[in-house]
Design a protein around this ligand. Structure first.
Ligand code: C5P
Length: 310
């Protein structure tokens, strides 16, 4: 007896990293509702992995998700990966039909840009699957229409972000940094954190044009974790703490544990602690768990590469 197995549908796998903002300086809200930023992004070795599989024309978009906190990810057009398919299909004039599967490795709604990583990975996956071979600059342009953090997820490593955070200049770094993260199941909404920032700073928040980098770029070039720890700063931290006062204890526990620097990551509620070593990162994470100061803990290194086809 013989039978012919149908060839599996072509598919492409892409990995994209989460990020932290080593510094996040925020200026007064502009007329378009966005805040001018000066930020230093660093990609971390926590990844989203997207598989895009060809489906018949007209079948539309389907989305499945696995991994920690997968139940908190929307499976409809409110998902940034779904919007990425529509954006690139429109751009290249093709039918927006594809089956997407997301394996999550970045905390959900934690200020670490997991959703942005999904969008960046989806752009790259559709481009490869459909054979459209768009130049990176064109993908970056599409990425910026999806969200302020999406271009960085394409680029990865370390970069200075200006504008809404979408204008990127790669930055030199040396060596590897060790991080521990404390996440909460109950995420914070980015717009809500920016609104509270506006309420706390008033209409006269200082401009970011001459924000001091506190020695951050020098610390990165030198690969000096102690200097990096001292240079970390996040202008959204006060707003995130105001919305989630319990984060203050999470920050303090890491300081008491000898972290080189501790901050809220992006718009929170994730707390990031810079450690001396992998062992130290594991110890900080274990203390958070023992003190019940996090719903989940994560340890990883940075920097990490941007979105790439596997
Ligand atoms: O660009 P993205 O869609 O990720 O932004 C989400 C929200 O975060 C915006 O609608 C805005 O309220 C806020 N935001 C901001 N200034 C930025 C980036 C984001 O106010 N530079």
């Amino acid at each position: 007896m013989s039978h012919l197995a149908a060839a599996p549908a072509p598919s492409v796998r892409v990995r994209a990293p989460g990020k932290i903002n080593l510094t996040l300086r925020v200026g007064p809200v502009a007329d378009d509702g966005y805040h001018p930023l000066v930020t230093v992004f660093q990609a971390v070795a926590l990844h989203e992995e997207i598989t895009a599989t060809e489906v018949p024309e007209g079948a539309g978009i389907s989305l499945t998700v696995e991994g920690p906190q997968a139940d908190r990810v929307p499976l409809d057009s409110s998902n940034l990966a779904w919007q990425a398919v529509e954006a690139i299909a429109r751009h290249v004039g093709l039918d927006p039909s594809v089956a997407l599967h997301i394996a999550k490795g970045v905390p959900v709604a934690g200020g670490m840009a997991g959703g942005s990583a999904d969008a960046a990975a989806t752009l790259l996956a559709c481009d490869a699957l459909w054979g459209t071979a768009l130049p990176r600059e064109e993908l970056a342009g599409l990425a910026a229409t999806l969200g302020s953090d999406v271009p960085f997820a394409l680029l990865g490593h370390t970069a200075v972000g200006t504008g809404r955070g979408h204008l990127l200049t790669p930055a030199m770094t040396r060596g590897e940094f060790h991080w521990a993260f404390a996440t909460r199941d109950d995420g914070l909404s980015t717009p809500a954190v920016y609104r509270r920032f506006d309420e706390l700073t008033g209409p006269t928040a200082p401009s970011v044009d001459d924000a001091d980098d506190n020695g951050l770029m020098q610390a990165l070039r030198a690969g000096d974790p102690t200097a990096l720890g001292e240079a970390l700063q996040n202008d959204l931290e006060a707003a995130a703490l105001d919305l989630r006062p319990e984060l203050a204890r999470t920050l303090q526990i890491a300081r008491d544990g000898g972290a080189l620097g501790v901050m809220v990551s992006g718009s929170g509620p994730t707390v990031a602690a810079l450690a001396r070593s992998r062992q130290h990162a594991l110890a900080l994470a274990a203390t958070w768990t023992a003190e019940d100061a996090a719903d989940a803990v994560w340890c990883t290194t940075a920097p990490a590469p941007g979105a790439r086809v596997l």
